[in-house]
Design a protein around this ligand. Structure first.
Ligand SMILES: C[S@@+](CC[C@H](N)C(=O)[O-])C[C@H]1O[C@@H](n2cnc3c(N)ncnc32)[C@H](O)[C@@H]1O
Length: 424
């Protein structure tokens, strides 16, 4: 990292400007290379500062509110937010204040606000850290909170917000032996067989990464393949496959996998992942709605709101406003119907989304059952290790929420159902 910490902090402020004002996602910004010019440590620091600021945004704003008569332009406001988060996390006051004052003073439009930056952050340094823990756990923005409270109730919502605020541990899926991966990486084996690491460093330097012994995958995201229960030699279609976590799980169990995704860029990551792990699958870049063939089993991990992944992606509720969701729900319906036409009689299809919205899970399955007289929900398929009976839903699926396993560090929100086609 640079001595002053200014370049990393400036980049964190830039990320916040783009996320909060332009509605861009962190993944999109990192994919576009906005941090690529920074040294590696500065890149990690900038991303961490931006993510921490987004998680604690409501608290930072409450602390800053006391010291601001009116809001400064958003770049300066975001610099104050980053500074507040650092101060409340216990960083040395002089380092944070000096760096933020320097950052603002070098700004070509807002250099006149360096005095305000200095004065406000000094006040935050004096009272912010002790105020921090007296403030409520940050809430989701209303556009998302309202439908989630309606779906799961206020207590569950508060529990999910507590997990979002805490952030997420690192979960790994072992190619073969979870106990060996846990021993090598200092993790624990979760009830479902994933390996969880509380304090992870840089992933690519961890033991077993180069050898391809494991890949990063949230414990909840690893469950759909367990529910599908692939058998060696089965012909399995993995629809919407990139970046390939589930493709690798299917291939590791000896299935003949055809992986389809319409993003060439994301499919390149599937290829890299397969190469690193020494696993095989046929990769096809195409729209899932034109895929052809006949398959013993299908995994449909449909594109969705990704509202189940907020503890890892705290930018999402700030960058989005829900306006894209009805188009996604419509797309999911089309994917289900087309995928169903590719399934052999007697075959099974797992439909899943990393969403907390029933419209992208429970409701999709209810409606698919009405459209397809040869479709049934296979409830027995949910009998896999680590799955709690309380997570089962009325229509026969599995509802996973971030507040489940909260003592172990939570899990991503997911919906999973196994749909069985009538025999010929
Ligand atoms: C939830 S992600 C899949 C995650 C993946 N199954 C895994 O486990 O790593 C959804 C994927 O759907 C893909 N997608 C979106 N629209 C698509 C379409 N029309 N046809 C095929 N893939 C599509 C996206 O590129 C994205 O990679």
């Amino acid at each position: 990292m640079s001595d002053t910490g200014v370049p990393a902090r400036r980049s964190a402020v830039y990320l916040l400007d783009e996320i909060l004002d332009e509605g861009r996602l962190m993944s999109e910004l990192l994919g576009a290379g906005v941090l690529d010019k920074l040294p590696v440590e500065d890149r990690a620091r900038a991303a961490r500062l931006a993510l921490d600021t987004l998680r604690g945004l409501e608290r930072a704003d409450r602390i800053l509110q006391k010291h601001l008569k009116k809001y400064p332009p958003s770049t300066v406001r975001n610099a104050l937010r980053v500074g507040t988060i650092e101060l409340c996390q216990g960083a040395a006051a002089h380092g944070v204040v000096n760096a933020m004052v320097e950052l603002v003073s070098r700004h070509n439009r807002y250099s006149h606000l360096k005095g305000l930056t200095n004065a406000v952050l000094r006040k935050v340094a004096a009272d912010g850290p002790e105020t921090w823990n007296t403030l409520r756990v940050p809430r989701l923005p209303k556009w998302l909170r309202v439908p989630l409270v309606q779906a799961w109730g206020p207590e569950a919502m508060a529990a999910m917000e507590a997990v979002h605020f805490a952030g997420a541990p690192l979960d790994l899926t072992a190619k073969a032996d979870a106990s060996a991966v846990a021993a090598a990486t200092g993790g624990i084996v979760l009830p479902s067989g994933s390996v969880r690491i509380k304090e992870a460093g840089q992933v690519s330097t961890m033991p077993g990464f180069e050898a391809g012994d494991w890949w990063v995958q949230d414990a909840a995201a690893a469950l759909p393949v367990q529910v599908l229960a692939p058998q060696p030699g089965e012909k399995i279609l993995d629809l919407c496959a990139a970046p390939g976590g589930k493709t690798m799980q299917l291939a590791a169990r000896g299935a003949h996998v055809t992986a389809v995704d319409d993003s060439a860029g994301r499919m390149a990551r599937v290829k890299d992942n397969l190469t690193r792990t020494g696993l095989k699958a046929q990769l096809i870049v195409q729209d899932a709605r034109v895929t052809a063939g006949e398959y013993d089993a299908i995994l449909l991990d449909a594109p969705c709101s990704a509202t189940g992944t907020i503890r890892r992606h705290p930018d999402l509720p700030h960058a989005k406003d829900g306006s894209e969701f009805s188009a996604l729900i419509e797309l999911q319906e089309q994917f289900i119907d087309h995928a169903w036409s590719l399934l052999k009689p007697g075959g099974r299809m797992v439909f899943c989304t990393c969403s907390l919205l029933p419209d992208e899970g429970e409701v999709q399955v209810d409606e698919a059952l009405l459209r397809h007289s040869d479709m049934q929900v296979d409830k027995a398929a949910l009998d896999v290790p680590g799955v709690d009976a309380a997570w089962r839903t009325v229509e026969g699926g599995l509802r996973l929420r971030p507040d489940y396993w909260s003592g172990l560090g939570g899990m991503d929100g997911f919906y999973i159902a196994c749909l069985r086609k009538a025999p010929a």
